[in-house]
Design a protein around this ligand. Structure first.
Ligand SMILES: *Cc1c(COP(=O)(O)O)cnc(C)c1O
Length: 386
């Protein structure tokens, strides 16, 4: 007779026959079983099957395969967040003694990683003007191994000439990484434009509901897959199957969400552009956005995040009053969810372009009714005296 404590563990439970769900179940597991001693192996490669939970479960592999397909890549690695995806790319594609170029408009923590951590490890990261295009050639050195693009850039929204940067980088033997979070991996076809490696904060549009943190790194070439896979394994970058399941659910509605978010955000951006207190609206689909022509050439859509710049002379106090007077727009970081958000950017640090005197507020439009959102912005501008 087996003891009851043994029975608690060895239940004989089997997956139910004849039960088929529309959705991928949450497969939890650190240990994954081998059929025999002879079958034991330690191998992170996706084609090696399941060897350990950290290297993938059916839930995370399904999500990775779907992201690879959506981005028209071959292989995707999942990371605990978008920032972890950025770190993975640096560690897989650059080494001590290398020089890396990063757009001045890059996501803030990317720059902090570069300046505070990678510099210490002997990787030199230099910022370049996001609108450099072919002019980036002047900054390329013999040891330039990696060039980052982020298009449009965080907060200041410059749309980059990625194909021009790719052409220069490849001619000098450097690879190009793209933060493709804004485009949700779909509105900009990175691999068709020559990019070597892409990442996304799945936290944003794929998750879509502000309730998970997840990132992805996608490549097309097999050698890049090998390099990334080794570092991904060595760093122990696991993704929770519960979060992967939420991201899989998010994917099902990504199409309709992007369509509505894009339409509502553009309408609100156009309304804001007419306000006398607003100097400019940095929305890629508006001619006032730096790089708008490139957006028209290379992108198939715009999403939900953009920035407004108040006219010169507007005080930070007035801008803070405006943000605080908003009721539907909540104050908080991140974007791509169903809730509208506003974040003032008083301390924006731009060394290769304008930081607009910190008179800038980044908005994320959610799925609320756009008339209600416009009414909210209108009353907040009045209450702030703007
Ligand atoms: C949010 C964001 C990230 C980081 O994603 P997390 O999941 O929050 O770590 C990276 N790049 C861009 C452009 C982002 O907006």
């Amino acid at each position: 007779m087996t003891h009851w404590t043994t029975k608690l563990i060895h239940t004989g439970a089997q997956p139910p026959e004849g039960f088929e769900s529309l959705v991928t179940p949450v497969y939890r597991g650190s240990t994954t079983l081998f059929p025999s001693a002879a079958a034991v192996r330690d191998d992170w490669h996706h084609e090696a099957g399941y060897t350990y939970g950290l290297y993938g479960t059916p839930t995370s592999r399904e999500l990775a395969a779907r992201i690879a397909e959506l981005e028209k890549g071959e292989h995707t690695f999942l990371t605990p967040g978008g920032q972890a995806a950025i770190a993975l790319i640096y560690l897989a594609f650059s080494s001590a003694g290398d020089h890396v170029l990063l757009p001045d408009s890059a996501y803030g923590p990317n720059r902090i990683l570069a300046e505070e951590v990678l510099r210490r490890l002997g990787i030199e990261v230099e910022c370049y003007p996001p609108l450099a295009g072919v002019q980036i050639e002047k900054l390329i050195r013999d040891n330039t191994r990696l060039v980052w693009c982020e298009s449009p850039g965080s907060v200041t929204m410059e749309v980059q000439d990625v194909p021009a940067i790719v052409e220069v980088a490849h001619r000098h033997g450097a690879e190009v990484a793209l933060d493709n979070t804004y485009a949700a991996g779909v509105y900009f076809d990175a691999f068709a434009h020559g990019v070597d490696v892409t990442m996304q904060a799945l936290t944003k549009y794929v998750g879509g509901h502000s309730d998970l943190l997840l990132g992805s790194v996608t490549v097309k070439r097999h050698d890049a897959y090998e390099r990334l896979g080794l570092v991904h394994m060595a760093l122990g970058m696991g993704a929770s199957p519960d979060d992967c399941s939420l991201a899989l659910r998010g994917l099902q509605t990504l199409g309709v969400r992007l369509e509505v978010l894009g339409r509502n955000a553009l309408r609100i951006a156009q309304w804001l552009a007419e306000r006398p207190s607003i100097e400019t609206v940095l929305h890629p689909a508006l001619p006032s956005c730096p790089g708008h022509g490139i957006w028209r050439r290379d992108f198939t859509g715009a999403t939900s995040v953009f920035s407004i710049v108040f006219v010169e002379g507007t005080s930070h106090e007035a801008i803070a009053r405006f943000v605080d007077a908003l009721t539907l727009f909540k104050v908080g970081y991140s974007w791509g969810g169903v809730t509208s958000l506003a974040i003032p950017c008083f301390d924006l640090r731009r060394t290769q372009g304008t930081s607009y005197g910190g008179r800038l507020v980044r908005l994320n439009v959610g799925l609320e009714n756009p008339d209600d959102l416009i009414a909210d912005l209108d009353q907040a501008l009045s209450r702030a005296g703007l």
